[in-house]
Design a protein around this ligand. Sequence first.
Ligand code: GLU
Length: 527
Amino acid sequence: MAPTSPVRVRFAPSPTGHLHVGNVRTALFNWLFARQNGGVMVLRIEDTDVERSEARFEAMLMDDLKWLGLDWDEGPDKGGAYGPYRQSDRLEIYREHAERLLNEGKAYLCFCTEEELQKERDSASAEKGQAIYSGKCRRLDPQEAKSRRTNGETCAIRLKIPERPIRFHDIVRGDVEFSNEVVSDPVIVRSSGMPVYNYVVVIDDALMKITHVIRGDDHLSNTPKQVALYEALGWPVPEFAHLSTILGADRERLSKRHGATSIANFREMGVLPEALMNYLALLGWAPTGGTREIFTPTELIKEFSLKRVTPSPAVFDMEKLYWLNRHYIKESPPERVEKLALQYYSRAIAEDITKDLAGDVSSRDKTSASDYPWPPAVRDWFASVTRLLSPYVDRLEQLPERAMPILDYDAKAAIESPDNAEALAWPQTDAVLARFTVKILEDEQAREGKLTPDQFNKIVSEVKAETGVKGKELFHPIRIVIMGSHSGPAFDKLVPILEEGSHLSLPKHVLNVRERVEAFGKARAQS
Ligand code: GLU
């Protein structure tokens, strides 16, 4: 038996903007398939749309892929045996094969002008409901056509579509058939000399020895043209797998309208790459027999199966992504999360500084966020804030907001908050707060901003003993005084953070326990 050829797949983005969820899911499925088969992953840049392609988008998409944890074995940055890997560097190859098709009578020159074609399209769609080319120039004498071209007449090159249905097998969809009439003779090289996508993609996939074309189903209707091209070129047709469309919660095609859709967006929000990878893998694929949802990259490589990819559209569920992200934040080594979190605090701090200095929120300069200097003591302190709060967030961008009661305590807001109204009105609250206040104000450790959790607990126990109040009647009012809200992290962890923070030099002074008690007392007296 002949050895089966090694798996070679490709991800072929056009560098015309940010990578979005759909593209990246395609990249991921290719990558998983390559890695589980010990195959080769090729990155090919499809930049024949010169007006929309930009080098910076190419750099950004590579960066996004690497961030997600995807790598490739051949590509514009890596080289490889079948390069170049940027279509704009392959124009000569495309020209050569187009001439070959012409010489072999498998393609022909088309001199129809844009106006003629438009007229034809209009009447064809009126007659048949479809705008297809009549094949007028197919009937020209090839020699005559050639001399017209030599004499400088502009012309496109069209492929002759055979007069029979075009069939191919799709791993996701099964056998697919298109009538040749629907396909009509496609232009492969425009009159401008620029080759078109359907043509170059075939040349590249064939010459790069791609065995499996895995891509979005928006390309399903292009596939018969491509299959006809393989056949005309005398090359083997690869396997196809067309992945279903991704929809938003409203079941419309996922687009910017739905909010965050680019990898850059998710990265900025503080979604961890392994969470996004895990989530994207579940968009159109499900593991055998199971409801299991959490997969590390290594597990995905093992479990993934193209045969289990579903043809029905996948709905993007942001809440599920956040749920997975919460899981991965918890699983991550704390140092990693602490380091990643810094950028979010620094942005908030920079915004705050700008706001305070300029008094004008609209002039916030986000780029200055990374300029915040991180003295080691401040960095360590923020790390402990992150350790305290990360179990309560599902994306890292939420950390500064969660940290606001620590960074920017507001006694007046705590007193006025409707959430606190009930606890502050309990009959025992005044007694609890009076005893608690006296004890904190008298405490030596608290005076120096060095209250320990033990000492704090001792004070709370004394308040309990002296007032006879316990449970939430005791804890909710105290928590409101300390954090401005009756829920939140345990005092044991919180107290040292407040005490330490008050000794650091930060753009805004962090109030320690005693300062909070004082500020709350003052604000309550005034309310
Ligand atoms: N450049 C095409 C796209 O981004 C790739 C199509 C393909 O994979 O064949 O849609």
